[in-house]
Design a protein around this ligand. Structure first.
Ligand code: FES
Length: 85
């Protein structure tokens, strides 16, 4: 049973500005925490928010400017912290 959904913008702007690396970080995080069965990981097309990207939506909440500085904190808070959407 999937408990969370992560949608990563794979539009060319977000992808080239960081979501390519972020995707690997997310995959590693899911596998390290045994979350692969609990989290549905999807890609989206450009969400029209390129200027604020790279963008990742987790359980319907949009996170902007996601990168090495904040991605782990976001993943921990949303997937491990029991924060409901
Ligand atoms: S490429 Fe991600 S919002 Fe446009």
């Amino acid at each position: 049973m999937r408990q969370h959904t992560i949608v990563m913008c794979m539009g060319s702007s977000c992808f080239s500005r960081g979501n390519q690396e972020n995707l690997q970080v997310v995959k590693d995080f899911l596998s390290e925490n045994g979350l692969e069965e609990k989290v549905l990981l999807k890609g989206s097309r450009c969400e029209g928010e390129c200027l604020r990207g790279p963008n990742i939506t987790i359980d319907g909440k949009l996170f902007n400017g996601v990168g090495p500085d904040n991605i782990l904190e976001i993943l921990k808070k949303t997937l491990l912290g029991g924060v409901s959407s």
